[in-house]
Design a binder for this molecule. Structure first.
Ligand code: PHE
Length: 337
């Protein structure tokens, strides 16, 4: 009878699938009052002393075996449940790292612009931003560029539909008279200013031309400005940017808003170790008509101005061969600088 109970118990236990089922089986045998095994134990007290001793030992052995079966089933079920949980919460460490959000990167053009701005402000120049959509008054008229001048040609300049006197500025020189109007107190104060900015020209895009590009310009007006001042400021700027002495030369050139006007070339050594001159920027002494437009007495005041393509400087500084990279927003390119 006792053995039958043990076998029945063991058989039932083998079949259970969950811990709840296991617990239920356990209770039918071992619940304090109603469990079938507990009842056997309770029956011991009705036996004689010797019988009690005999049966008691046998029952205890049985209980131990049944509990062992129960324990090992419980351990087995725990293991099954644990591995199910592990499978569910599994992390595949061999899975490739998912892309993380990348931090931005300072564009090489911005880096160069910041450097130029730093040098200019160290020489006492204010740095100002200006409008990209501009009246032809500041882009052309104040700069001694009359309405018949070819620079106004629509082949170069973007005009705004239904606004014949609005342009997307074709150079940042629009800032010259703008800034002088703003700061020279009706032609009574000197000024030093640098003004980087975005400019637009109706150009076919190729390796060295973009319809949208950046310029960096500066002007200085005082009582005794000379070409030596002009060259001195430019050399200082280039020296700071390229971290070496730069040999420069001036070639006469024509810009309506300077007189005399020059192109400034810089000397560089090409990959075959040949010395070469490269055209770098336009410059000159401020034309009297510009000084007048700004409210100065052109007999008492004079000035200098120079302007260059910012992208050009960037290409040169880093040895980049195509200007279109600068507009590409391609991080593989941009992160190299
Ligand atoms: N504005 C001229 C250009 O866009 C550059 C320049 C600036 C030339 C100042 C002379 C003086 O090419």
């Amino acid at each position: 009878m006792q053995n039958t109970i043990q076998h029945k118990f063991e058989k039932e236990i083998i079949q259970v699938q969950t811990r709840d089922e296991l617990e239920a089986v356990y209770q039918t045998y071992f619940a304090r009052k109603s469990g079938s095994f507990s009842k056997l134990m309770q029956g011991l007290k009705d036996l004689s002393k010797d019988e009690r001793k005999l049966y008691g030992k046998a029952l205890n052995d049985m209980k131990m075996k049944m509990e062992k079966a129960y324990d090992s089933k419980k351990a087995e079920l725990n293991k099954v449940e644990l591995s199910a949980q592990i499978a569910k919460e599994h992390i595949d460490v061999t899975q490739p790292k998912l892309p993380v959000k990348e931090r931005g990167h300072i564009h090489p053009r911005t880096q160069v612009r910041w450097q130029l701005e730093d040098v200019m402000s160290s020489m006492g120049f204010i740095v100002e931003d200006g409008p990209e959509l501009e009246s032809d008054y500041y882009v052309f008229d104040t700069l001694n560029i009359p309405s018949y001048h070819p620079a106004r040609d629509t082949q170069d300049t973007f005009y705004i539909k239904n606004h014949p006197d609005w342009t997307m500025r074709s150079h940042v020189s629009n800032m010259q008279v703008r800034l002088m109007h703003k700061y020279n107190e009706n032609g009574t104060k000197p000024i030093r200013a640098a003004y980087p900015g975005r400019t637009f020209r109706n150009e076919a895009t190729d390796a060295t031309h973009e319809h949208t590009f950046y310029q960096f310009e500066a002007l200085m007006v005082d009582r005794h400005i000379t070409i030596a001042n002009l060259v001195g400021v430019i050399k200082e700027l280039l020296h700071a940017l390229y971290k070496r002495n730069i040999e420069v030369r001036l070639r006469p050139s024509y810009f309506p808003f300077v007189e005399p006007g020059f192109e400034l070339d810089i000397k560089y050594v090409d990959t075959n170790k040949n010395e070469k001159w490269m055209e770098m920027l336009g410059c000159g002494l401020m034309h009297p008509n510009v000084l007048k437009a700004a409210g100065y007495d052109s007999h008492k005041w004079n000035g200098l101005a120079f302007g260059m393509g910012l992208d050009r400087l960037v290409l040169l500084k880093y040895g980049i061969e195509d200007i279109r990279f600068l507009m590409s927003c391609d991080l593989r390119f941009l992160k190299q600088f």
